[in-house]
Design a protein. Structure first.
Lengths: 274, 270
């Protein structure tokens, strides 16, 4: 009757824990196989979606606009599944955008450092200094990714309800801890928390549909009422707000749209030199 | 049967959790008692001890060595206090000072800043601004303290076995988690893990004695065989060797002590 989101510093560990937890609880599992569906729906290469989830920002890498678009499509699909409950979600960065919903348990699992170091190249059973440096480098890149994608540091423990370190605790014990935790009453869905999840889903759906045309929109939803924030020059304000209202108004579930246009001072400054 | 260390930001309900865990499990609860014990055994004024343990070192202090001695005393008192098992310790740096002992369950309790500010305002009957400044300053001090002395960030989750965020969870929930985790197999005391804590206690005690001769001495101990690592200054080495010979006769549990000058310390040394 709950949603469990598992984040890990090692993708394989996260997958294993998620699979074991889903099996133990009789929940469905939501992982990267969802990307195929997203790719088909939005006519975008699955590899790009994977890149958007994995690659940190770089000069020669994916553009910010494309990354935002890919992540918006992923968010829309994930939240569409999470409204159903009884799901264990892993590998889709849900811990970074599913916030404020009380029946969601967000868990971070830290892999056994020795096992992790062994995966680094040229390890022969023992972590070497080079292997450990590589792990630290990967962690730094991962932090950069989460800051660029969602403005949050995914290693910050305050993003989670629980952090479990597999250095001493083994995977089956971690699954038991998660299973016991989600049994607490506060992780049962309530009307309010279900509404919060539905609001997140609606906002994600609206944003995904608008992002190609309006690349700077921010959307919040509450019980069918949308607040859309965007930036525009003074002369375009009315036109842009009208266009956004038209697009958003056609999306199922939207009852009312309010558009807040912020004066785009940077564009104004840039254009004033022409 | 475990040793539980609970690390917390200031006003994060960590003390409350620790006391309730101890009550629930029938364990001893330690915090300030360790400081009192250390200041008694090593004849240091309590206030000085508290300052050394609590405050981040200033620039001058980082250049000096006094703090090394205080930390050695504190670690000796702490390891002695937890040696007998079934202890809940809440205080500074338990997760660092008891590193390498398998049956130590390291827990960190975190709480949202806004909740902590409200608690502080209620407790001290202060304004919001004042409460917030105090908490942020305290957090910074503790972070700087651990980083400057141990090179680790206390906010790094990988230092702990469990990190519990008190916001959806209540104190009672956190107590429940910790009590259940304490009975997990990795945290059961075994002969080997007891030996490790005994070795750590012995190494810490010997370091606390030798640190007066050389502040940067490192000590490792396995099954009562003690290795002392130090720089290669001959005068200090002689003094250390003399003291080591005395200690090997006086201290119970010591099989053998060797002094290794100019050799890099082993990873298990304190």
């Amino acid at each position: 009757m709950s949603v469990i989101i598992i984040s890990s510093d090692d993708h394989q560990t996260g997958q294993e824990i998620a699979a074991a937890t889903a099996r133990a609880m009789g929940y469905s599992e939501l992982g990267r196989e969802l990307l195929k569906e997203v790719a088909e729906r939005h006519q975008i290469a699955e590899a790009k979606l994977v890149k958007a989830l994995d690659d940190p920002p770089s000069f020669l890498g994916m553009s910010r606009k494309l990354r935002s678009l890919c992540l918006a499509y992923i968010q829309e699909a994930v939240l569409g599944r999470l409204v159903e409950d009884n799901v264990v979600c892993q590998g889709l960065a849900a811990h970074l955008y599913v916030c404020g919903v009380s029946h969601v348990l967000r868990v971070r699992v830290l892999s056994d450092p020795e096992k992790e170091a062994q995966k680094a190249p040229n390890q022969k059973g023992k972590p070497t200094e080079a292997g450990e440096k590589e792990i630290l480098r990967q962690k730094k890149l991962r932090r950069r990714w989460s800051m660029a994608a969602f403005g949050l540091d995914e290693t910050d423990p305050s993003l989670y309800d629980l952090v479990i370190n597999l250095d001493q605790i083994d995977q089956s014990e971690a699954v038991d801890i998660i299973k016991d935790t989600v049994g607490y009453r506060r992780f049962f869905p309530m009307t309010y928390s279900v509404n919060c999840m539905q609001d997140l889903e609606l906002a994600a759906r609206v944003r995904a549909s608008m992002l190609k045309r309006f690349s700077d929109v921010r959307v919040q939803a509450r019980s069918g009422t949308l607040v859309v924030e965007t930036a525009a020059l003074k002369r375009e304000k009315q036109k842009k707000a009208k266009a956004i209202r038209e697009v958003a108004g056609e999306i199922p579930g939207v009852r009312y749209v309010e558009v807040h246009v912020i004066n785009d001072i940077f564009r104004r400054a840039a254009e004033s030199f022409r | 049967m475990a040793i539980i260390t609970i690390s917390r930001g200031s006003y994060s309900k960590g003390r409350e959790v620790a006391e309730k865990v101890a009550e629930e499990l029938g364990y001893e609860c330690l915090s300030r008692e360790v400081i009192l014990d250390a200041s008694d055994r090593y004849h240091i004024p309590e206030l000085k001890m508290v300052k050394a343990i609590h405050d981040a070192p200033s620039l001058l202090e980082r250049l000096g060595h006094a703090r090394h001695a205080f930390l050695a005393y504190y670690q000796s008192a702490l390891t002695r206090a937890v040696q007998t098992d079934n202890v809940v310790y809440h205080g500074l740096a338990g997760h660092v000072l008891l590193k390498g002992v398998p049956h130590v369950l390291k827990v960190r309790i975190i709480a949202d800043l806004e909740d902590r500010v409200i608690d502080e305002m209620k407790r001290e009957k202060s304004g919001e601004q004042e409460a917030r400044s105090l908490i942020l300053r305290d957090d910074q001090e503790r972070r700087r303290w651990t980083q400057s002395l141990y090179g680790v960030d206390p906010w790094d989750s990988s230092l702990y076995d469990l990190v519990i965020h008190i916001h959806k969870f209540t104190v009672a929930d956190a107590v429940d988690f910790i009590c259940r985790a304490a009975f997990l197999e990795p945290f059961a005391t075994t002969a080997r893990s007891q030996q490790k804590i005994d070795d750590l206690a012995l190494a810490s005690h010997i370091k606390a004695v030798l640190v007066e001769i050389h502040p940067e001495v490192r000590v490792a101990c396995e099954y009562g065989n003690v290795l002392v690592y130090t720089g290669s200054d001959h005068r200090t080495v002689h003094k250390l060797e003399d003291k080591a010979r005395t200690l090997s006769r006086q201290v119970e549990g010591v099989n053998h002590i060797e002094v290794h000058p100019g050799v890099p310390a082993s990873s298990i040394s304190v």
